[in-house]
Design a protein around this ligand. Sequence first.
Ligand SMILES: Cc1ncc(COP(=O)(O)O)c(C=O)c1O
Length: 370
Amino acid sequence: MHTESRGVSPEAPVIPRLRGVLEGIPTYKPGKPAAAGDGPVTYKLSSNENPYPPLPGVMESVRSAAESFHRYPDMACSALTAELSERFDVPATHLATGTGSVGVAQQLLQATAGPGDEVIYGWRSFEAYPILTQISGASSVQVPLTEDERHDLDAMAAAVTGRTRLVFVCNPNNPTGTAVRREELERFLDRVPSDVLVVLDEAYREFIRDAEVPDGLEIYRDRPNVCVLRTFSKAYGLAGLRVGFAVAHEPVAAALRKTAVPFGVSQLAQDAAVASLRSEDALLERVSALVAERARVSGALSAQGWSVPESQANFVWLRLGERTSEFAAACERAGVVVRPFPGEGVRITIGEPEANDLLLEAAEAFRKEL
Ligand SMILES: Cc1ncc(COP(=O)(O)O)c(C=O)c1O
């Protein structure tokens, strides 16, 4: 037998050697789907998705791209890169695309960090950061959010060491919705050494209404160690197609193109992203409607007595501590699925008005029983 020929006892099966860093890695928990079947309608408010269906023009571009999916996509994402370059007034050489912004975040880590290196981010923040960091072999340095659920940029700057390779600043922060303002961000960036890459993860950029929150694209222009991450998954409603991008100075953008999965971004995704950029007015109108719903939901929750951090994203955060899972279960019984972080709090995506109404009713009933 093969195992015997290698001198291994038959009881001890030989398994391929896997990288030790994979041990104990947290698994990414996707938002729970809404219940299917003949029961009452339930709504998914657990993944920060856009509740609106694709716009007709975007749908047509996907249908037409589907005619050719026996072919590989354009590996360089040329049309999308050209469109982004024009839309954001950045050189094409400063752009890199990937399979969602989480794909680009993985490319960033592959390009910057490995065993012995450190990656800093606020915590709690986007749950992919610890997973991707651990896979890279680098160590996570998690800097707790402040009492009011915001990034503690002074503590993050103080956490930088000679081993730091990358810092994520999630702006606005997932799951708390809080955003970092211009002055504090500039002060932080002035303190971070120029050989440490700072990634401004702006997955929810289009939902920001606070004029004091800077656009990362203004900040990156004279800071070669700043990279801006954006996605088509949220405001643009293309979550299922997987396309995101980074804007960074040439050496970083070039490194991201090197670490990209070849042909990762499908032609459907590329064409839909281009069509979305060309339908931006219609898409941003939908974003405005969601922002209005965010104000309505936040206001109603506050009026019920909840403490709601000011959100600049398409979700709100309730710190419920030990009652988190109970609250999530109560919402589910009422027909809305939210995203619990057990022991900490619940993130509630702003959805269609009917879904938000159900959520508000459930929250009110729960509040009365507290
Ligand atoms: C802060 C943040 N960054 C990145 C992403 C990844 O989005 P995608 O990979 O769909 O672009 C998410 C998704 O939830 C997010 O919340």
